[in-house]
Ligand binder design. Structure first.
Ligand code: UDP
Length: 248
């Protein structure tokens, strides 16, 4: 069956609910399939627009899901609404919660060395069912990168979560993907920082009021440059809406 997708600025987003997506990835792992997931926000879409090579990386994914609320709002404006936001964080947590006891091996690549260590402790306490295939922090050079990929291959991990920030994580996944015979790969940005307890996620009310991005900006002002992508993204969406109206 063809996947139902919604295009936002030429990026095809998978139109699925958060809960169904978690189930689908668990099913893929059960079948021993190899999959590449991109969790995209407006910044990633704008980077793909500006950089054809990165666009190729993103669109080579098996699934592109709308991580940012901006994507969901844009899809609605364009007249092709998406079911809901599907975040890297909720997908990661959903998988950790739902993996059948010791059935799948999960590998965690990325984040600072102390965050990576803290994450391993937290996982053992909070998700004892999860079989940890291994972990490695995200500060390594090109040469080590090859070795780390081989280490992950040797673990025969079923899920490989990569937290190197975008675009590094998507590029890392695609450049090593061909060497693997199985594994569900997903770039998860700053999720290990949150999951390890090193950084707090926005309060629930802010997430439901669609204000998670405001929280991240206030708590980490060094991110402000990245937020310029949002007004540029909204301008491009407006242009797309106008183009669609002309075509009618
Ligand atoms: N990171 C890493 N290696 C690097 C650069 C960044 O492992 O060379 C990690 C960083 O420690 C953080 C994550 O990548 O845990 C990126 O988080 P950010 O909040 O920037 O990602 P976003 O969720 O915004 O994509």
């Amino acid at each position: 069956m063809e996947k139902s997708t919604v295009c936002v600025l030429d990026i095809p987003f998978y139109n699925i609910s958060q809960a169904a997506f978690i189930e689908e990835l668990l099913f893929c792992a059960e079948q021993g399939k190899k999959k590449f997931v991109v969790t995209a926000n407006p910044e990633i879409v704008m980077n793909a627009k500006a950089d054809p090579h990165f666009k190729q990386v993103v669109t080579s994914a098996d699934y592109i899901v709308p991580d940012g609320i901006g994507i969901v709002m844009a899809a609605e404006k364009i007249g092709t609404p998406l079911k809901e936001r599907v975040t890297g964080f909720d997908t990661l947590v959903g998988i950790l919660e739902k993996v059948p006891e010791k059935q799948f091996k999960v590998y965690f690549l990325g984040a600072a060395p102390e965050v990576s260590n803290k994450l391993m402790e937290k996982l053992q306490t909070n998700y004892p069912k999860v079989m940890i295939a291994g972990s490695h922090h995200g500060y390594f050079d090109l040469e080590e990168s090859e070795k780390i990929a081989q280490e992950i291959i040797d673990t025969e991990a079923d899920f490989i979560f990569v937290a190197l920030g975008s675009p590094a994580q998507e590029k890392w996944i695609l450049s090593h993907f061909h060497r693997f015979t199985k594994g569900v790969f997903m770039g998860v940005g700053g999720c290990f920082d949150v999951l390890s307890g090193s950084v707090k996620r926005a309060p629930k009310w802010m997430i439901s009021w669609k204000l998670e991005w405001v929280y991240r900006l206030i708590t980490n002002p060094s991110r402000w440059r990245r937020f310029f992508a949002i007004p540029r993204f909204m301008r491009e969406v407006k242009k797309e809406v106008r183009r669609k109206e002309v075509d009618k």
